[in-house]
Design a binder for this molecule. Structure first.
Ligand code: V1P
Ligand code: CA
Ligand code: ZN
Length: 393
């Protein structure tokens, strides 16, 4: 008989209040919107709910360079400095040299091409994102949960000494480093529409972590890494798995490929624990990604991994049509506690006005051309299987 899984959920009300800037596509409000739906649909009572704490500098420095973390933790925007000065604050706010050092900003990836703006609270925001992922790992380590969710995590692009692609601190790498203190083998799965480059890079030379990323690839799609041939180095050779895809992936083709690849991965790698990055920019109608997945299709991939009876840390990630992100992650939280959410958005939801155009949890998707032919997908699967044959875990 299948036993009920213990599902833990990390949330902090503060996280939705951080702001990347008016014109930016990353909107932390989607985390609060997800939470409201989780409460509104009554999923909350089936979860062990934890308040997310801020990760410490020492925890973050398990992966990131000290000078980068110091820079980030001291960051104060020029707007805030101007505001404080205008309001009579004469005390030194920050080392003027650090603030004005354009070279440092460039070095640490802040403000570069507007992807990673310096905004007020950028460090605390990153600490909250990372605190949830670390404590999710700890619950799994202590056998206090079978599944631990942190929708505020999943920021897969951040590099050791540099912010990148909307990500400042790589909560996923820190989470995996925690798990590696206890578990011999960790499997990382990434269904964000972008390549999970920061996580791949961090574990490129080890055979204790297998990274598997499904992503859109080609025609200058960000970040441009994650081709089939990027497969790990040294001891890590063959332990980085990439599934590069063209626009238009639909439920049927994505689910089939996902299940086939993950079945083989589980057979050859036999992980002790799974970390699942559930980026929702692979859904249809995303403002950046060009896949065409339904919320149900996306959720089926996550649920597929539960059959292997291995504990799972579930993290968020990208997602730029924010109503669909909250729909998707609330639906997936429901699935994890065996509830199949559907129907209208609860009318008393504090964000109800944002769903008014389409007030159902599941939204119809238009047919778009799938630029991946059956032959292309068979070829990719064949190549991935060839790589996995070489794995001797
Ligand atoms: O394409 C780029 C860079 C800027 N170009 C010159 C190359 N950046 C992308 C970054 C996407 C980050 C995705 C993060 C995640 O994987 C995880 C949280 O989802 C980019 C794009 C784009 N269409 O690819 N940045 C922006 N758009 C952007 C738009 C408006 C304001 C700021 C950034
Ligand atoms: Ca991905
Ligand atoms: Zn993404």
């Amino acid at each position: 008989m299948e036993t009920k899984k213990r599902v833990a959920y990390f949330y902090n009300n503060e996280i939705g209040n951080y702001n990347y800037g008016k014109l930016h596509l990353m909107n932390p409000k989607r985390i609060s919107m997800t939470h409201s739906l989780i409460v509104g649909y009554g999923v909350y009572k089936d979860l062990d709910v934890y308040t997310t704490r801020e990760a410490t500098k020492e925890e973050i420095m398990q992966f990131h360079d000290q000078d980068y973390v110091e820079y980030l933790s001291n960051y104060v925007s020029s707007t805030k400095i101007d505001f404080l000065r205008k309001n009579g604050c004469n005390a030194p706010i920050i080392d003027e040299e650090t603030k004005n050092d354009v070279e440092k900003k460039r070095q640490y990836g802040i403000d570069v091409q507007a992807d990673c703006p310096g905004f007020d609270g950028v460090y605390t925001f990153s600490q909250l994102s990372t605190g949830g992922s670390i404590d999710a790992a700890h619950l799994i380590i202590n056998n206090a949960a079978d599944i631990a969710i942190n929708w505020g995590g999943g920021l897969h692009h951040a590099k050791k000494g540099e912010a990148y692609g909307f990500c400042y601190v790589n909560d996923i790498v820190v989470c995996i480093l925690e798990l590696l203190k206890v578990f011999p083998r960790v499997l990382y799965i990434d269904i964000d529409v972008h390549h999970g480059d920061g996580v791949e890079e961090a574990f490129f030379t080890t055979n204790r972590v297998m990274t598997v990323s499904f992503h859109e690839f080609g025609e200058d799609f960000f970040p441009g890494t994650g081709g089939l041939n990027s497969s790990g180095e040294g001891l890590g050779k063959n332990y980085a798995v990439n599934v590069p895809l063209r626009p238009g992936m639909d439920d049927e083709s994505y689910k089939q490929l996902f299940k086939n690849v993950m079945n083989k991965v589980m057979e050859v790698f036999r992980p002790d624990v799974v970390v699942f990055q559930t980026g929702a920019d692979s859904l249809a109608n995303d403002k950046i990604g060009h896949f065409n997945l339904s919320i149900r299709g996306h959720g089926e991939c996550l649920m597929y991994m539960l059959r292997f009876n291995v504990p799972v840390v579930v993290l968020g990630g990208g997602g730029y049509t924010i109503q669909n992100v909250s729909r998707c992650w609330a639906y997936e939280t429901g699935l994890l506690v065996k509830k199949n959410l559907n129907g209208p958005i609860p009318v008393d939801d504090p964000f109800f006005h944002l769903y008014e155009k389409q007030n159902m949890l599941h939204v119809p998707i238009q047919q778009v051309e799938n630029k991946n032919s059956k032959e292309d997908l068979n070829k990719i699967q064949e190549e991935v299987f060839k790589q996995l044959k070489e794995v001797d875990a």
